[in-house]
Design a protein around this ligand. Structure first.
Ligand SMILES: Cc1cc2nc3c(=O)[nH]c(=O)nc-3n(C[C@H](O)[C@H](O)[C@H](O)COP(=O)(O)O)c2cc1C
Ligand SMILES: *[C@@H]1O[C@H](CO)[C@@H](O)[C@H](O)[C@H]1NC(C)=O
Ligand SMILES: *[C@@H]1O[C@H](CO)[C@@H](O)[C@H](O)[C@H]1NC(C)=O
Ligand SMILES: *[C@@H]1O[C@H](CO)[C@@H](O)[C@H](O)[C@H]1NC(C)=O
Ligand SMILES: CC(=O)N[C@H]1CO[C@H](CO)[C@@H](O)[C@@H]1O
Length: 409
């Protein structure tokens, strides 16, 4: 209960800073109390979906995001009692994950919510993106709900508390006796940096000692035509530099490095990326597929569709699954892939796995469905795996990737 009071105070402090003043504060506290009350009941999943999440949705998107992070930070959600089935157990870069479902980057940008996210039942947690120096990101509003499309558009612009603060948080969490989560860190660069590669190198040095994996990204360059040579050279330099930086860490701190891809990359660029990572000096340990898209396929509201930013959720789902299959094919299944984009059910997670993903992350669907989604996805996925006669997730990885390749559509 002390935690709850602290939480309410934090909420009031946060909301009173806004010009929308107390009415918002009252709505916020009201929604929170409601939500706390409701979680005491059975059949939480139904309640969250039909009642709590729509209520939370009355708040501006960024406010509800902040609230959800605070709820995780103060561990207000009841810890999941769900025991992960054995067929969900997965070897995660040398660690045992009790399930292959993770929270994607951008939810817990600053490493505040790790323990609460673990309580929800995630098998692994990705923090970030974290930039070397703290930065504020873009002006608000910068997150938009596309409710009927089950999607979000965000242009946060990488607001971050910066390396020092986030690394200290992770260090403290790791020192706890009850700590047993797998935590990755997504590395970013400062907007005004003159030395982007050095920003990632700093990330490797700072987070290598406190992370179970690190992520660097390749975004699609927005100047068409002008790309291949340029981006190939940049990627080579980046990956070479982060590999050298990792080599400088102590032996017990040699973290896996994953490369996160944009779904807007074209086939030519994908071939280039594979050529780069096939070089020993540019090796990565896995891929994350995919980031948000700048495309606006199948968006019902034209006004919202015209907001700048990255689109996530249902409209991204098939595009990201296709890219997983393409990368699985191009790398001949030699690299573990974390599949992400529009997953909202066990069936969606299974499609990513069939297409070649060994692990799956979620974000946007969690915003629409609430925290019970994690258990639901795990339950449905476990059932699907056993129905199809697989002993574990690993046996199903890439089992039907050709079905998702663009040419076979
Ligand atoms: C509000 C928001 C913020 C995000 N911030 C980041 C980020 O900082 N770094 C990153 O690599 N991806 C970020 N992402 C992308 C997600 O990690 C994920 O790749 C994408 O949302 C697709 O998954 P989804 O459809 O399940 O949301 C963000 C996504 C959302 C919705
Ligand atoms: C858009 O919707 C159509 C019809 O549902 C579907 O066939 C198509 O694949 C969707 N496009 C994308 C990019 O998801
Ligand atoms: C992801 O994609 C968005 C646009 O969709 C881009 O602005 C951003 O830099 C990319 N990378 C990361 C790490 O989010
Ligand atoms: C692959 O998918 C196709 C189409 O859905 C299905 O008919 C086939 O049985 C699947 N194969 C495997 C090995 O799962
Ligand atoms: C968060 C972050 O660092 N995003 C970067 C992803 O990659 C592109 C291109 O390399 C950068 O422009 C982004 O800033």
């Amino acid at each position: 209960m002390i935690q709850f009071t602290t939480f309410i105070k934090m909420v009031l402090q946060k909301t009173q800073k806004l010009s929308r003043l107390r009415s918002l504060g009252i709505v916020t506290v009201g929604a929170t109390a409601l939500y706390m009350g409701l979680t005491a009941y059975h059949n939480q999943d139904q309640l969250f979906r039909t009642f709590v999440m729509p209520a939370v949705r009355l708040l501006p998107a960024e406010t509800s995001h902040n609230l959800a992070v605070l709820a995780c930070k103060y561990r207000l959600y009841p810890a999941s009692k769900y025991t992960d089935d054995l067929n969900l157990h997965s070897s995660f870069f040398g660690r045992l994950a009790s399930n292959p479902i993770g929270i994607a980057a951008g939810f817990d940008k600053n490493g505040e919510a790790v323990l609460g996210l673990k309580d929800l039942g995630f098998g692994f947690i990705e923090v970030g993106s974290v930039t070397p120096l703290a930065q504020a990101g873009n002006p608000k509003p910068r997150v938009f709900r596309l409710v009927s499309d089950r999607a979000l558009i965000n242009r946060y612009g990488f607001n971050s508390d910066g390396h020092g603060v986030v690394a200290q948080r992770l260090k403290e969490i790791r020192e706890r006796e009850d700590f047993n989560a797998i935590v990755g860190v997504n590395l970013g660069r400062n907007r005004d940096t003159l030395t982007p590669i050095n920003d990632y190198v700093k990330g490797v040095h700072t987070f290598g000692p406190v992370a179970d994996y690190l992520v660097v990204n390749v975004s699609s360059p927005n100047t068409k035509g002008l790309r291949n040579m340029q981006s190939k050279k940049e990627l080579t330099e980046l990956l070479e530099a982060v590999n050298i930086a990792r080599g400088q860490l102590k032996t017990n701190q040699k973290v896996p490095i994953l490369l996160k891809l944009s779904p807007d990359l074209e086939t030519g660029e994908l071939n280039d990326i594979v050529a780069v990572i096939n070089q020993k000096k540019c090796r990565v340990d896995g891929l994350i597929v995919s980031n948000t898209t700048v495309a606006r396929d199948n968006i019902s509201d034209p006004a919202l569709a015209s907001e700048a930013g990255g689109l996530s959720g249902e409209p991204l789902r098939e595009r990201s699954t296709r890219l997983i299959a393409q990368m699985y094919s191009l790398t001949k299944g030699s690299l573990p892939i974390i599949g992400v984009g529009g997953v909202a059910s066990g069936q969606h997670a299974f499609e990513k796995i069939e297409a070649g993903a060994s692990f799956v992350q979620i974000y946007t669907a969690l915003i629409y469905e609430g925290p019970e989604l994690v258990e639901r996805i795990k339950g449905e996925l476990s059932l699907r795996i056993s129905e199809l006669g697989y002993a574990c997730v690993k046996d199903a990885v890439g089992s039907n990737y050709t079905k998702y390749l663009p040419s076979s559509k």
